[in-house]
Ligand binder design. Structure first.
Ligand code: SAH
Length: 358
């Protein structure tokens, strides 16, 4: 049974509204213009959970706001905590759909929130559990913002980094993602540093061209193969944007912006983890200021793939490092709560997409 947000279906989430539209909103509600700044501060700096908590607003202002608005577009349905401190939040939208976001601690006081952008995903990468469950819908800006607010409220320290590496392909939901990034980085929003927001994509090059012309945040590309033959099998999008086209984009991007590009490479045992792949990988990256995240495949039931051996991961890491490229092995955090890369899929949605009519 769904309770909670369903009680107020007509109320619009304040987190859906662009910051620049707040003064106009106050005029429409016949409120004082300075209330815009006050409300924004409560939303994004003080992270109030309810309008009632906004104690420096007059009672009348709070009443007017609450007759038309709620704050968040999602409510927390469940929180799972792993031994390593990683927390996974199952968040439910007003229509009952669920998405997940993950709060990840790092040793050096950095806290990262990994946000989802879609319920499910259309990209159908064969090694990804989200891809496995199919596509349901795009998230709204408010639903993306609410994930960050939800994670922040339980974080013992400041959240310093946001990564678009949860469920979905962010560039397939361009408008909502763009609106959310504006709120992340706005001084009156979360005031996050552009250097600490990363958008990860499977390589939708024409959308990426548009994105980098508009936003100056960090980008990551999920490559995960060194030949088109293997990449076509793992990531169907490669038929539209093959490896050479991705690399052409990266060279131009690096030349124009002088930014580094992060490459994610999911190492899958016996599929894309051969020594020849490592050599080809380094060759492909030649001339691009790059950083590599090696992600050992996180197994899930029915995937048909297996994790690489520890020796293989160690080999790749030192080989790439010796060639002068910064490399991290993305530790599989929160694996026992299925919060690790590519394991995000809500039970509710996974159930819906399970083959029951076979
Ligand atoms: N669609 C975007 C954003 C998702 S990021 C993208 O593809 O970049 C999720 C990251 O986890 C991607 O780098 C993806 O390749 C990786 N991933 C997916 N399934 C995985 C799995 N089972 N094990 C390890 N990494 C996985």
């Amino acid at each position: 049974m769904h309770i909670g947000l369903k009680r107020k279906p007509m109320l619009r989430p304040l987190t859906d509204i662009p910051i620049a539209a707040f003064p106009e909103l106050m005029r429409e509600l016949e409120l004082k213009p300075y209330a815009a700044g006050q409300v924004l501060k409560w939303l994004y700096q003080k992270r109030a959970g309810t309008l009632g908590e906004m104690t420096d607003l007059s009672k009348k202002t709070r009443e007017k706001l609450s007759s038309k608005f709620r704050i968040d577009a999602l409510e927390v349905a469940e929180i799972l905590e792993a031994k390593d401190g990683t927390k996974k939040f199952l968040c439910r939208a007003a229509d009952g759909e669920c998405v997940e976001c993950v709060l990840i601690p790092a040793d050096d006081e950095r806290w990262t929130v990994c946000v989802s952008t879609q319920v499910g995903c259309k990209m159908a990468c064969s090694f990804c559990r989200t891809g496995d469950m199919g596509f349901c819908r795009n998230l709204t800006c408010g639903e993306i913002i609410s994930q960050l607010r939800i994670a922040m409220r339980t974080c013992p320290s400041l959240v310093t980094n946001v990564v678009f590496m949860g469920m979905g392909e962010p560039l397939e939901n361009y408008e909502s993602v763009a609106a959310a990034i504006r709120i992340f980085c706005d001084e009156q929003g979360f005031a996050m540093s552009k250097k600490r927001v990363t958008l990860s994509t499977c390589g939708l090059i024409s959308e990426l061209e548009k994105f980098v012309s508009e936003f100056d945040i960090k980008i990551a590309i999920s490559l995960s193969a060194t030949t088109d033959e293997v990449r076509n099998r793992l990531m169907p999008i490669n038929r539209k944007y093959p490896i050479a086209e991705i690399m052409k984009f990266c060279r131009k991007y690096a030349k124009n912006t002088r930014h580094r590009v992060t490459f994610e490479y999911v190492l899958i045992g016996g599929v894309n983890d051969f020594k020849e792949d490592a050599a080809r990988f380094v060759k492909i990256l030649r001339g691009i200021p790059a950083k590599v995240n090696l992600i050992p495949f996180n197994p899930f039931e029915g995937s048909g793939f297996s994790a690489p051996s520890a020796d293989t991961v160690a080999y790749w890491s030192s080989y790439i490092y010796e060639k002068g490229i910064q490399t991290n092995i993305r530790a599989s955090r929160g694996q026992e709560i299925l919060a690790a890369c590519g394991q995000l899929a809500t039970a509710a949605t996974a159930k819906r997409s399970s083959p029951d009519q076979s």
